[in-house]
Design a protein around this ligand. Structure first.
Ligand SMILES: N[C@@H](CCC(=O)N[C@@H](CS)C(=O)NCC(=O)O)C(=O)O
Length: 210
């Protein structure tokens, strides 16, 4: 009998944070039922599950709702021994988490610019604030580009949360700033990493769509 997985992921197709979870679950082989939910819409179920009203939310088999993406990815990683996404040793894990934090920061700044430009009336917009966010994005992408160096992966010889976070951030930057932000030209090592990762099904099937 074909049973539905007991666990659910509430996600939106554009959310880079939700993409991290979708990639992690696919790479780990952890099944889930995908529930589309746009937290900006009136009929969102997200607020009932997450007081912060944000996706992703992962509902475990016992009904516990998990958020945010870092917590969910760690949980998903713990579900199987296969393809570990986080190093076990604390010193290494903290360093990988640091790259993830930079990638998440790129998402936060990109989302802040998007919200400012799309959700605020034009007369209330504050361009200097968006410029400040662009500064964060550029500095973090430059650091991520330089710290990757000539390596295939940020840590060790396998994919982990750093690559998943960076790819999700880059995909979102591409979605929101495609015209005025040619990140592939500015950060060639990140461009090569993204291209390599996009050969994997977990990445190519989760490209953000409007
Ligand atoms: N730190 C959170 C960020 C989640 C987040 O900001 N999600 C956005 C969608 S991309 C959201 O749901 N925003 C709705 C809102 O802020 O009301 C995570 O890593 O999951």
């Amino acid at each position: 009998m074909n049973q539905m997985p007991a666990e659910k992921l509430y996600f939106s197709t554009t959310s880079p944070y939700a993409r991290k979870v979708r990639i992690a679950a696919a790479e780990k082989g952890v099944p889930f039922e995908a529930v589309l939910d746009v937290p900006w819409n009136e009929d969102t179920r997200t607020i009932a599950l997450n007081p912060l009203g944000k996706v992703p939310v992962w509902v475990m088999a016992d009904g516990t709702a998990l958020f945010d993406s870092r917590v969910i990815v760690e949980y998903v990683d713990s579900r199987s021994e296969e393809n570990p996404l986080l190093p076990r040793a604390i010193k290494e894990r903290i360093i990988v988490r640091r790259w993830e934090a930079m990638a998440d920061g790129v998402m936060d700044a990109s989302l802040a610019i998007f919200s400012e430009r799309r959700k605020r009336p034009e007369e209330l917009q504050y361009p200097a604030w968006s410029e400040r966010q662009f500064g964060k994005i550029h500095r973090a992408l430059q650091a991520l580009n330089d710290e990757l160096g000539a390596r295939d992966f940020y840590h060790g010889d396998r994919l982990g949360v750093a690559e998943i976070g960076v790819a999700s951030a880059l995909g979102y930057v591409g979605l929101r700033f495609s015209d005025d932000f040619r990140w592939q030209d500015k950060y060639p090592k990140l461009a090569a990493l993204y291209e390599r990762l996009m050969q994997r099904e977990a990445f190519s099937t989760t490209v953000p769509v409007l």
